[in-house]
Design a protein around this ligand. Structure first.
Ligand code: TRP
Length: 328
């Protein structure tokens, strides 16, 4: 038997996912499940760092799991679980929090960015320390790899430092996890080629959108500002609709690009065609969502089973940790 490497992937429960989440993360997770041992974490405690209203977290977690299942993640292969339901996360988090300085956390570029973007004046202790909670998420499963986008690399680096520190101070318990970068990580949103698709920017296509929603949203998509009339030659390289063609309409992208450049293809037609392709890509998402809307108890079963299996692995790690520290 070959020893499979372990992957821990995590996402904040933001509710229904969008096309950018699919391209940037989910699609990758699905591909990885054949080759690795995967754990899929719902980072529900992480939500509290920026929003103390916890009343929507359970619903948002369930909505997110439905999209995970629709994307093709197999819960039999890869447990899906909420961080809050596996108590070992809080135990390991406390121990790890002693192994990193506050100065190191204050230097973290991702936290600095959040302070700027969200205009945070007084940061909570838990918010500053959330990379330590993330380190606990990763190390608790003794993960070798963590699939992330560029923005999360500093956090994985912090996890590596903490793992090293623990191993040096006590005994080697943790592998040093490595980031596994996604190739096509950034999908631009409907408002222009430079902005990432994100829920907060309101420029998304949801995985649950109907074909009509998708047609309507694409009509508003920003294209090459120099192509005003149908027959004006356009520049696909600055057009976000063309990025979508490349990504979701590989077979026709070249012809579309040539038509745009020549001025023989107008934006209205071009947008209609990509909306059809995206709607077709998302058919399984709508079908799966319809199924689970009528069988919602099955999601609870998926989580109950996933949380049970996550706890088993987590408790195994904590036994090593307590032994290494002579606190067992
Ligand atoms: N911090 C991640 C984000 O904001 C979510 C997350 C929490 C995570 N724990 C994780 C990602 C563990 C990877 C591994 O997107």
């Amino acid at each position: 038997m070959t020893l499979r490497k372990t992957i821990l992937s995590g996402m904040r429960p933001t509710g229904k996912l969008h096309l950018g989440n699919f391209v940037g993360a989910l699609e990758n997770w699905v591909a990885l499940q054949q080759e690795y041992n995967n754990y899929h974490l719902i980072a529900d405690y992480h939500v509290l760092t920026t929003d103390l209203d916890a009343s929507h977290i359970t619903r948002d977690s369930i909505d997110m799991v439905i999209d995970w299942l629709a994307a093709g993640i197999d819960p039999k292969k890869s447990p899906m679980f909420r961080q809050s339901q596996v108590k070992q996360h809080t135990e390991l988090h406390l121990i790890l929090s002693m192994l990193i300085t506050t100065a190191r956390l204050e230097r973290n570029p991702a936290v600095k960015e959040q302070v700027r973007d969200l205009n945070i004046e007084h940061m909570s202790y838990g918010h500053l320390g959330y990379p330590v909670l993330q380190a606990a998420d990763i190390l608790l499963y003794r993960a070798d790899l963590v699939p992330v986008g560029e923005d999360q690399v500093p956090h994985v680096e912090i996890s590596r430092e903490i793992a090293r520190r623990f191993n040096n101070q006590y005994e080697t318990v943790f592998p040093e996890p490595e980031p596994k970068l996604t190739r096509f990580a950034r999908l631009p949103g409907l408002d222009g080629i430079d902005r990432k698709m994100s829920k907060s920017a309101g420029n998304t296509i949801f995985l649950s959108d109907t074909p009509e929603d998708i047609q309507k949203k694409l009509r508003t998509a920003v294209t090459d500002p120099q192509k005003i009339r149908r027959n004006d030659p356009g520049r696909p390289e600055v057009c976000l609709v063309y990025v979508y063609h490349q990504r979701f309409n590989g077979a026709e992208a070249e012809e579309i690009g040539a038509g745009c450049r020549a001025g023989s293809l107008g934006c209205v037609e071009c947008k209609k065609r990509i909306a059809d392709r995206i709607a077709a890509t998302l058919t399984p998402f709508r079908e799966t969502r319809a199924y689970y809307d009528a069988h919602s108890w099955e999601i609870i079963d998926v989580l109950t089973d996933g949380e049970q299996r996550a706890r088993t692995r987590a408790e195994e790690t904590m036994t090593h940790v307590r032994t290494a520290m002579h606190m067992g």
